[in-house]
Design a protein around this ligand. Structure first.
Ligand SMILES: Cc1cc2nc3c(=O)[nH]c(=O)nc-3n(C[C@H](O)[C@H](O)[C@H](O)COP(=O)(O)OP(=O)(O)OC[C@H]3O[C@@H](n4cnc5c(N)ncnc54)[C@H](O)[C@@H]3O)c2cc1C
Length: 411
């Protein structure tokens, strides 16, 4: 039981994964007192956010990272996506998008989560006004009208009480803060498991990302800076178990059979990892002195690589409201503005990713044919392609200043 006087802060961020660490980096130096609590240290094998995965970052995310001063650290190991190829297994239709034809340099960039984590945490370690508690868990959360109190329990068993004006839930899809705030979450199981790996092919990737829809789920093959590909293959759970048990040669053969030869012959594979896929949606993103961001607010299917990009826009917008607030950072009007400004982007991305998964899972007679005609028409229709190319700025509502390349603070 903690007995000393509580640690008083303006903002307590619970969860220092991809989104929480980004928020802390955006708030560092803002003049607000700030605490970040993370239960699993960077580099630990069990770190659930900065693990072996890679993340496709859209152009808005790149601009946000530039604004946070971390892009320079990530860019040397990020691969540009300059073409996207979308197809469906066993069907004729496909679409190919070229960044140059859209008047942009790249659709986005693929970077290793570990590299993103290293860049963010290097930035946080140098921040003067940030208190870090790692590894430590936030628990026993008590939300009152004026403050939020909780216990920070260190890995060494030491406990301390924190009192914050605002608590930010960046603690992932199974958020404890969300539960403590009494905010319900809707969970829909996709009955799919993503099997991820990095594979080498016998020819260069030419900066092309592939999304192939199979009967069981989407299969993404993304370029990596070292010339290899990141593979994110969504399978039915029983098939995923089978794929995970295959040796490298059998895995590569199974992958090749599903994906085809458009990226060349797959010749080497890393160890495989797996992620059960669900859509988790909080009923609201704000409660009394509480804000939910990233996976705590919405955890999506990885199709089209939208989850982190959306969560990073949550973080950028929240940072903007906090940095520019004159008074209490937990005031209801600030929280209501956050919720309203993020609503359209959030709803749009959820609809887009969920719709895409369900559209390609639909096996009713005639639907696959229509879908393929859709892909073909999409390939032939420049306005549709341009609309998709703009997707990375967000799906509506005000875009955060950082995403537009502006400083977080109004001048
Ligand atoms: C296979 C796969 C591929 C993906 N690819 C992409 C992609 O290409 N592009 C994209 O935009 N998105 C992608 N995503 C989505 C992306 O990974 C998530 O959106 C992102 O991880 C969300 O980050 P987060 O910080 O909100 O949550 P998390 O990553 O879940 O991090 C939560 C953090 O909180 C900590 N924590 C939890 N509870 C506590 C507590 N009580 N006290 C202290 N700390 C706590 C955890 O240790 C963790 O570090 C992918 C997802 C999957 C599954």
């Amino acid at each position: 039981m903690a007995t000393a006087a509580p640690l008083e802060v303006d903002v307590a961020v619970v969860g220092g994964g991809m989104v929480g660490a980004s928020l802390a980096a955006a708030l560092a130096g803002s003049g607000r007192s700030l605490l970040l609590v993370e239960s699993v240290p960077l580099g630990a094998a069990a770190q659930p956010s900065f693990d072996e995965r890679t993340t496709a970052l859209g152009n808005a995310s790149r601009r946000i990272f530039e604004g946070l001063g971390v892009w320079g650290d990530i860019a040397p190991e990020a691969a540009a996506i300059r073409a996207i190829h979308v197809s469906e297994a066993g069907r004729f239709g496909f679409a190919r998008l070229e960044a140059a034809a859209q008047g942009i340099d790249a659709f986005g960039y693929v970077a290793a989560n570990r590299r993103i984590g290293a860049a963010l945490w290097r930035r946080l370690a140098a921040a003067p006004d940030l208190k870090l508690r790692v590894p430590a868990r936030a628990q026993d959360i008590d939300i009152a009208a004026g403050r939020v109190r909780f216990t920070v329990l260190g890995a060494d068993g030491a406990a301390a009480t924190v009192s914050a004006r605002l608590v930010v839930a960046a603690d992932g899809a199974h958020s404890q803060i969300r539960a403590a705030a009494g905010i319900a979450a809707d969970v829909e199981d996709y009955d799919q498991v993503a099997v991820v790996a990095s594979v080498a092919a016998d020819r260069p990737h030419q900066e092309c990302a592939f999304e192939r829809f199979t009967a069981e789920g989407p299969l993404a093959v993304l370029p990596l800076y070292d010339g290899n590909f990141a593979v994110i293959w969504a399978c039915r759970p029983a098939h995923a178990r089978e794929v995970l048990a295959l040796d490298d040669v059998a895995y590569l053969a199974r992958l090749q059979q599903q994906f085809g030869w458009r990226a060349g012959r797959f010749v080497r594979a890393s160890r495989r990892g797996s992620y059960p896929l669900q859509l988790t949606r909080a009923s609201t993103t704000v409660g009394a002195r509480t804000v939910l961001i990233g996976n705590a607010a919405q955890a999506l299917h990885p199709v089209a690589g939208q989850g982190f990009n959306l969560g990073l826009r949550d973080a950028a917008m929240l940072a903007e409201l906090i940095v520019n607030a004159a008074g209490d950072v937990g005031a209801p009007d600030l929280l209501a503005t956050f919720s309203a400004w993020r609503a359209r982007d959030r709803a749009g991305v959820v609809r887009f990713t969920d719709g895409l998964v369900k559209l390609f899972a639909d096996r009713r007679p005639g639907v696959p044919l229509l879908r393929n005609l859709g892909l073909l028409m999409f390939d032939l229709a420049p306005p549709a392609k341009s609309a998709l190319a703009r997707v990375s700025l967000g799906f509506g509502g005000p875009a955060p200043r950082l995403a537009r390349g502006l400083p977080v603070r109004h001048v």
